[in-house]
Design a protein around this ligand. Structure first.
Ligand code: SF4
Length: 181
């Protein structure tokens, strides 16, 4: 099974969203938020093309799990990942996504990498570093995601404020029974 940075991000927002995404049930095309995020991505990154490279990383975690991540903008001189997000509503999930990238670098023998998480709209920037405790946490999280995704059962609805802005909102609140997916 491949577990990537997107799944780590989604798992920290909602296990159900993570499960739906991993099972190929995608609703992103219906979401203005996702559309805005893509626009932001396209507008922010061309300006940085000279200094930054795209990099794909993989690491074998166990016999059954391969970790993968695609960093859009990596400054190899400064050993810095730049991750841009539209809104800080799910900042904790963004931070774990960045830490997952740094962990992937470390698992590939590239240490002392940091990330800068940027929210251009609110002009916020956060520097992200990986501690030993974070690596242990991510290792446990990968195990949790693995067990979640092996299950045939869609996790229960979250019923939180975040649901209003989620691309799966209509699906989750339509009353449809997802247990058969
Ligand atoms: S609408 Fe809520 S419960 Fe459904 S996937 Fe999104 S966050 Fe999770």
């Amino acid at each position: 099974m491949h577990i990537n940075a997107t799944l780590i991000n989604l798992y920290h927002i909602c296990a159900r969203e993570c499960w739906l995404h991993a099972n190929g049930i995608r609703m992103e095309h219906t979401s203005d938020t996702v559309y805005d995020g893509k626009l932001l991505h396209e507008m922010s990154y061309p300006l940085r093309a000279d200094r930054h490279t795209e990099i794909s990383l993989t690491a074998e975690f166990s016999n059954e799990i391969v970790l993968t991540g695609k960093v859009d903008f990596y400054d190899s001189k400064a050993r810095t990942i730049h991750e841009t997000k539209r809104s800080n509503k799910t900042a904790a999930a963004h931070e774990w996504q960045c830490k997952f990238y740094i962990w992937l670098f470390a698992l590939n023998g590239i240490d002392d990498v940091q990330a800068i998480l940027e929210y251009p709209k609110s002009r916020e920037r956060t520097n992200i570093f990986l501690s030993e405790a974070d690596s242990v946490y991510l290792s446990n999280t990968v195990d949790e995601v693995y067990h979640l995704l092996r299950s045939d059962l869609c996790p229960p609805r979250l019923d939180e404020k975040i649901c209003k802005h989620c691309s799966y909102h209509d699906l989750c609140y339509s009353g449809e029974d997802l247990s058969s997916y």
